[in-house]
Design a protein around this ligand. Structure first.
Ligand SMILES: [Zn+2]
Length: 337
């Protein structure tokens, strides 16, 4: 952090006319119809028989009860047989985190994950249902924004195949949750397979790429990913009684200062979650500030937001009160490791 600041300071001193960072994210294919007004159908692919909105990010599946954590971006180029051939492009400069080339091991089919540093924050991008992965692409390798990393396809291990007509890339922008995911998975999903180590989709929590792409287009160099994340709507606020929260270490930009813990030490964190369980604001709390004994305590629920975006089922109403559901506890358990 310190070194970065010094480097920036040096840049500012030496090159006062240098423009601010360019827009951090590129479209993952040549399809840019998202930026055309009213052209959503040219950009998004809905699920079979459903409108384009079911291909957007959010609580858009099963009448809002199920969340879709990415964008399904429509194919623009096909070969003679009608198969998609759109090149898939790295959304930003970064490194390859994971390559999953066996399509039978995931509902993502063949997929890759890249990691990027944007404003000192690590963000991952994921590209799924590929027909092929760029030859020689390996974890650790660096990639440039706009560089081809694969070819669009329709691979998946789900029983219902993706039809030619619905060919798309499933594109995610995610925050990595926890290095200890494989342990958590073993305990909380007994009998289920995890073939992807920490790069299982369940260890990545999605932000809405549509909102990010539109915001950076509208704001230009003023766009800030950190501000975008900090500006999420709170679905609920919880207290997690855990001194060492790996999320707090990984995303210090999301931490608020608390003079009490600076004096007394940290006993837990008060965490604001958005509807997809992204912990977008964390306030450390001292033992003297924590009431109650539970490891997880639900402090507040935004009922309007829960009604609007219920797909993660993190909280539920119990009579007059709200409680954390087992899914809510599960999400916190992974976060709190
Ligand atoms: Zn999708």
């Amino acid at each position: 952090m310190h070194r970065l600041f010094a480097a920036r300071l040096a840049l500012v001193c030496l090159l006062p006319v240098l423009p601010l960072a360019a827009q951090p994210f590129h479209f993952p294919t040549a399809n840019h119809s998202l930026l055309e007004k009213g052209a959503e159908e040219k950009f998004f692919v809905g699920t079979a028989g459903k409108p384009w909105t079911s291909g957007t990010f959010g609580c858009v599946r099963s009448d809002g009860r199920q969340i879709h954590e990415g964008l399904d971006i429509r194919c623009q180029r096909r070969d003679k047989k009608g198969e998609p051939v759109d090149p898939i492009l790295a959304t930003a400069d970064g490194t390859v985190a994971y390559v999953s080339s066996n399509p039978s091991l995931s509902n993502y089919g063949k997929y890759i994950v890249l990691r990027h540093q944007v404003e000192g924050l690590e963000i991952c991008s994921l590209y799924a249902h590929l027909s092929s992965i760029q030859a020689g692409l390996k974890p650790g390798q660096t990639v440039k924004a706009g560089e081809p990393v694969g070819i669009m396809g329709r691979t998946s291990n789900t029983r219902e195949r993706i039809s030619q007509e619905r060919a798309h890339v499933h594109f995610e922008l995610d925050l990595f949750i926890n290095e200890q995911f494989p342990d958590w998975f073993k305990k909380s999903r007994p009998g289920e397979r995890n073939d992807h180590g920490v790069w299982n989709g369940q260890n990545l929590v999605g932000l809405d790429p549509r909102l990010i792409l539109l915001a950076q287009h509208a704001q230009g160099a003023k766009f800030s990913l950190v501000e975008f994340i900090r500006g999420q709507t709170e679905l609920c606020r919880v207290l997690v009684r855990e001194k060492n929260l790996s999320w707090a270490g990984r995303f210090p930009a999301l931490l608020r200062r608390n003079p009490v813990t600076e004096k007394e030490g940290v006993a837990g964190y008060e965490i604001s979650l958005n509807y997809n369980a992204v912990a977008f604001q964390l306030t450390p709390r001292a033992a003297s500030e924590i009431k109650g004994a539970g490891r997880f305590q639900l402090l507040a629920v935004n009922a309007a937001e829960q009604e609007k975006n219920p797909g993660r089922h993190l909280v539920a109403r119990a009579g007059q009160n709200w409680t954390l559901t087992s899914r809510g506890r599960d999400a916190l358990e992974l976060l709190a490791r």
